[in-house]
Design a protein around this ligand. Structure first.
Ligand code: TTP
Ligand code: MG
Ligand code: MG
Length: 410
């Protein structure tokens, strides 16, 4: 056997041994960190090993929800309704209550009951027709306030949102400030819940309504959850709560008695979530519905150049790409931005805005060429060329007017 062959076999053996030991390590790690929670189609189902709320990397989540939203807007805008039981909704025979003012709630009037029933419950109830445009406008106002504190804003409906403010020192102080700004800017009250995850923050915002602020601090999570009736958990609906009641599960403490496999048997995959809830655990992230503000493309040259005809050729290719992206995303914008990076890494942007959206590739190219022609390279060569289109005149689907901070372009 040649020396080379021996060396080759030895190396293969070492690699094999390394692979085996890392496989064994991964397997051990997997078993240490996971738990078998059931069987599906003859295969074992694993789930992460049980933890407690205090083991986890902690987020700071705020949930904000406006109080009696539609009704409060109507009371704000019409002094005759203030201090009185009102219901927003049509009063006709097929009418439904969208919401009721806090003065109407002690009578049992609330969202989704028929207007006829609401009138029976509270004969002096005042019905007010909804004005959705006004509610949308207020919704935009509060969302802009939220965005001043974090980009991680996940609206759940017109009147509520989750905010991830993990970067802040005190989420409670931020929530207090947001409530004050909402009042100052809209003359409406909101309730805030603050905790380490979405589930708890949502429960907390409901805890001291109206005009409430409630924090469930990490050290309080276990006791809070233990005492909580299961129907108050965010994500446990009426039907599930009834099923839990039938099983003798009335509170978080009762739920905690159940192991994960049994919960999965009773409630399917949701059982894993409920297992976490009982321990104050909810891993869901705040997912912002980001608004597209611009579309762009860029190219870095293999070799820096100041050859204007070569630059024009590449500019055409970049515009082609931008145009096809604009069409793919059905995005329209009135502003073209040209970005140039020089051989000394200095970067400049130049923009042109049209009265109406750019609606053809030739127009896009002409505007980009004009911008390029207007740039003085000051003796430098170009390293990168980029083109972007922004400044959409459209209202985004969630009702927020698109804004175009220029830094966001390209
Ligand atoms: P909610 O936040 O559920 O209720 P609310 O703001 O009226 O009262 P609370 O103080 O308890 O938060 O809903 C927000 C708005 O959404 C509400 O004002 C009207 C509308 N809505 C409906 O139109 N139909 C419904 O079934 C519900 C629940 C709400
Ligand atoms: Mg509300
Ligand atoms: Mg709400």
């Amino acid at each position: 056997m040649s020396l080379d062959k021996i060396r080759y076999d030895a190396a293969r053996h070492r690699t094999k041994r390394k692979l085996c030991s890392s496989f064994a390590f991964a397997l051990t790690f997997h078993y240490l960190c996971t738990e078998v929670i059931g069987k599906s189609g003859g295969r074992l189902l694993f789930a992460p090993w049980p933890r407690t709320a205090t083991d986890m990397p902690q987020r700071k989540i705020i949930h904000i929800d406006m109080d009696a939203f539609y009704a409060s807007v109507e009371q704000r805008d019409n002094p005759d309704y203030r201090g009185k039981p009102i219901a927003v909704g049509h009063s006709g025979p097929r009418g439904v209550v969208a919401t009721a003012s806090y003065e109407a709630r002690p009578y049992g009037v609330h969202s989704a009951i028929s207007s006829a029933q609401a009138r029976r419950l509270c004969p002096r109830l005042i019905f007010v027709a909804p004005r959705h445009e006004v509610y949308k406008a207020v919704s935009m106002q509060i969302r802009r306030i939220f965005l001043d504190y974090t980009d991680l804003v996940e609206p759940l409906s017109l009147d509520e949102a989750f905010l991830d403010v993990s970067h802040e020192r005190s989420a409670t102080l931020v929530a207090r400030e947001i409530k004050k700004r909402i009042w100052d800017e809209t003359r409406l009250t909101a309730s805030a819940g603050i905790s380490i995850n979405k589930m708890l923050a949502k429960i907390a915002s409901d805890y001291r309504k109206p005009n409430g602020l409630f924090t469930i601090a990490p050290a309080q999570v276990e006791a809070f959850v233990a005492a909580l009736p299961v129907e108050r958990f965010f994500g446990i609906g009426e039907v599930t709560a009834q099923k839990m009641h039938a099983l003798g599960i009335l509170t978080g403490a009762d739920l905690r008695q159940w192991d994960r496999a049994s919960l999965v048997r009773q409630f399917g995959k949701a059982g894993i979530l409920y297992y976490g809830y009982a321990r104050g655990i909810d891993d869901r992230e705040v997912i912002p519905n980001r608004i597209r503000k611009s579309i762009s493309a860029e190219t870095t040259f293999a070799e820096d150049t100041d050859d204007r005809s070569r630059l024009t050729n590449v500019l055409t290719e970049v515009c082609d790409e931008v145009w096809s992206r604009l069409q793919r995303h059905r995005f329209k914008g009135k502003t073209v931005v040209l970005k140039l990076k020089f051989d000394n890494f200095k970067q400049i942007t130049r923009s042109k805005t049209q009265p109406s959206p750019i609606d053809s590739m030739p127009l896009l190219l002409r505007l980009a060429q004009e911008l390029l022609a207007s740039c003085d390279f000051e003796g430098h060569k170009i390293r990168l060329i980029g083109v972007g289109v922004g400044n959409s005149p459209e209202i985004a689907p969630d009702g927020i007017q698109l804004r175009l901070p220029f830094d966001d372009l390209i």
